[in-house]
Design a protein around this ligand. Structure first.
Ligand code: SF4
Length: 212
């Protein structure tokens, strides 16, 4: 993708969805952090189903600690890898209570120091909860970045760094949501739906998938 194609690429995605949002349901930074922790290798729909029951009962680090590990597992056992996720979430809650007064910290270093929180999760929290223009590169963004030529890279970090460099400032806050949704619904893994893709004129992928 040429430099001068990046602006119309994002302007097109923006026109279709001016205020993109995460599909995870949350009401506070802690609910978001917990939902993202639970969402690794699981669908947002599956996580929402569990948190709709969990959050009314426990939506603060202390309340989760009070549930105990077995109590927590009871709410999330429909989610893949629930045992290790429950363990990480409990440990993260412990740190939040002991070191951060029960609040979600606002720096990357403090977030990444929490058990189960990697760079991607930290990027989601910084972006969605605190409005920072970070790029949380998941499998969809990794694929779309490479396929389109927008941000080619061999690792998620390489794609993230290219995006930070190439995405114009005005689109940076929402860029990762536009790319995730585009990858989830149009530029899908198996066979991208190029025939109905609004950003096809700016995308390097060849040959484009024809209409079925
Ligand atoms: S044209 Fe095809 S490959 Fe390119 S972004 Fe659209 S769906 Fe993806």
């Amino acid at each position: 993708m040429k430099k001068n194609e990046i602006e119309p690429f994002f302007a097109t995605l923006q026109a279709a969805n001016p205020e993109p949002e995460t599909e995870l349901e949350y009401a506070t930074p802690f609910e978001l952090l917990a939902a993202v922790l639970l969402s690794a290798q699981a669908t947002d729909v599956g996580v929402n189903k569990a948190t709709r029951k969990l959050f009314p009962v426990a939506n603060t680090p202390q309340a989760i600690l009070d549930l105990g590990i077995e109590g927590l597992e009871g709410y999330i056992k429909t989610i893949g890898l629930y045992r290790s996720k429950a363990k990480h979430l409990m440990e993260a809650c412990r740190m939040l209570v002991d070191l951060h007064g029960g609040e979600v910290p606002k720096t990357r270093a403090e977030l990444e120091a929490l058990p189960g929180v990697g760079r991607k999760t930290a990027n989601v929290v910084l972006n969605v909860a605190f409005g920072e223009p970070t790029m949380a590169v998941d499998t969809h963004i990794f694929r779309v970045g490479n396929r389109t030529g927008l941000a080619p890279g061999k690792t998620p970090l390489e794609v993230e760094q290219k995006l930070m460099k190439r995405v114009p400032a005005e689109f940076r806050l929402h860029a990762h949501h536009w790319l995730i949704l585009h990858g989830r619904y149009v530029c899908v893994a198996r066979k991208p739906m190029c025939w109905k893709c609004a950003v096809a004129p700016y995308c390097d992928y060849k040959p484009k998938t024809p209409a079925p």
